[in-house]
Write a protein that binds this ligand. Structure first.
Ligand code: F6P
Length: 347
């Protein structure tokens, strides 16, 4: 078979390891050949397709980013040509199937293409870990490791100056990165979109940490908002940065907003650090390399079985296959019990 591979959506450490795993297994076990599609679905409709021989994936599992490039373009956008254009480009190159590596948006596009008869399978990726059909996505472990190391560093400078440090992390509408990095670094408060927390509670945690001689560390997920009420209502986001070209809010800014409020309410000098895209850059952790490589190899099995419209997923420690229509139906948010378990350690 001739298989096209594309990476789409925000990049994520481990994408190259998926590509390598798929190409090596496909070549070695099945004799498949591969085509690289540049910049996600944009390259598929614009016919930016090139050969992807085994020698091009050498040493790739430790390399961050994606050798194929990525974009947030959908073939269903106005003027892009939809599934018909995708089929046309595939036919031109003799491409029998597509492996689409991406997050929720990419997997939704993959499902729509499958429904229109395109031979496609998905591989889930996101640092946010918000896909309900898989226990973990690769990229998450790396993002948590980077955030944890950054918080450890910020803590030493905060301690020297007897300051409070607010650290904003990514995660979109879920708090997995904040929860895990906050727990790993021993933060005194973790604020996530799923759980409404009053400002008074935050101030209590900061004051109690300071009273014990600590430099208080507050980890806040970019999707957290103070305007959520106890029923989870309210806008749920602070969105001073507008929307991207798909109309999705560009999150970020809650850390900067909270910092002067905490300083004023507690009298403790407070600084903010927003980790931003640092969490998506650089080499993947060993865990992410292993998961991504296994996903890539499993995706080739799925293609060989012609199980179109499915996605590889991690269930416990095994790789499984799930229907794309089930993979994108709901976000995996942090359950209350997981937050409460961590919150015992706050303050
Ligand atoms: O979904 C991954 C993610 O890094 C989110 O955590 C973040 O909100 C978003 O992408 C940032 O997107 P962009 O790279 O377009 O700024």
């Amino acid at each position: 078979m001739k298989i096209g591979i594309l990476t789409s959506g925000g990049d994520c450490p481990g994408l190259n390891a998926v590509i390598r795993g798929a190409v090596i297994k496909g070549d070695h076990i099945y004799g498949h050949s591969f085509l690289g599609v540049k910049d996600g679905f944009r390259g598929l409709v614009a016919d930016k397709v090139h050969k992807l021989p085994r020698k091009q994936v050498r040493g790739l599992s430790r390399q961050g980013g994606t050798i194929l490039g990525t974009s947030r373009t959908s073939p269903f956008e106005e003027g892009a040509g939809g599934a018909d254009r995708v089929k046309e480009v595939m036919a031109k190159h003799g491409m029998d199937a597509v492996i689409a590596i991406g997050g929720e948006g990419t997997l939704t596009v993959a499902r729509m293409l499958h429904e229109e008869g395109v031979n496609i399978v998905g591989v889930p990726k996101t640092i946010d870990n918000d896909l309900s059909a898989t226990d973990y996505t690769f990229g998450f472990d790396t993002a948590v490791a980077i955030a944890t190391e950054s918080i450890d560093r910020l803590r030493t400078t905060a301690e020297s100056h007897h300051r409070c440090m607010v650290v904003e992390v990514m995660g979109r509408h879920v708090g997995w990165i904040a929860l895990h990095a906050g727990l790993a670094s021993g933060a005194h408060a973790v604020l996530i979109p799923e759980i409404p927390i009053s400002f008074e509670r935050i101030v209590e945690w900061v004051r109690s940490a300071q009273a014990r001689g600590r430099a208080p560390v507050v980890v806040v997920a970019e999707g957290f908002s103070l305007d959520r009420d106890s029923t989870g209502g309210g806008s749920g986001i602070v969105n001073p940065r507008g929307v991207d070209h798909l109309g999705r809010p560009r999150l970020g800014g809650i850390g900067e907003a909270l910092t002067p409020m905490i300083e004023q309410a507690t009298g403790i000098e407070t600084r903010c650090a927003t980790l931003g895209h640092l969490q998506r850059g650089g080499v993947p952790t060993a865990y992410d390399r292993v998961l991504a490589t296994r996903f890539g190899a499993a995706a080739v099995d799925v293609v060989t079985q012609a199980a179109w419209g499915t996605m590889v997923a991690l269930k416990g420690i095994e790789i499984d296959t799930v229907a794309l229509r089930d993979a994108t139906s709901e976000l995996k948010s942090v359950p209350r019990t997981r937050y409460d378990e961590a919150a015992i350690l706050f303050g």
